[in-house]
Design a protein around this ligand. Structure first.
Ligand SMILES: [Zn+2]
Length: 116
């Protein structure tokens, strides 16, 4: 599962953040996950919940996932549109395939709430 390596990387990052901020505990973690990232939010939560008992710092941490829609902009007519098509999207106005991604590739920790 793709999500396992994502969560392991995230846990490393959280431990670093906790260390830098002298945290006793991590309370919640807000993530931004774009549709294009290929990450399934439910799987990510599932893996995180399975891993957190191994880390006292995370034992009561909640994960909050904000899913970012996939938005393209047409390079020909400048229309911006939202789609679920990650493979062959085309512009709804002029049917061009000359598109640029505006959002949907995000995959990062947005915010971490800690107890010090
Ligand atoms: Zn267009």
């Amino acid at each position: 599962m793709h999500e396992v390596s994502i969560v392991l990387g995230m846990v490393d990052e959280l431990m670093k953040i906790a260390g830098e901020n002298d945290a006793k505990k991590i309370i919640n973690v807000k993530l931004k996950i774009g549709k294009m990232s290929g990450i399934v939010a439910d799987s990510l939560k599932f893996v995180f919940d399975a891993i957190k008992p191994e880390h006292p710092m995370l034992s009561s941490a909640e994960i909050i996932i904000e899913e970012i829609p996939l938005i393209y902009e047409c390079s020909d007519c400048r229309t911006a549109f939202n789609t679920d098509d990650i493979y062959f999207p085309c512009c709804p106005d002029c049917e061009s395939y000359n598109l640029k991604i505006l959002s949907g590739e995000e995959q990062h920790i947005e915010n971490v709430e800690i107890e010090t």
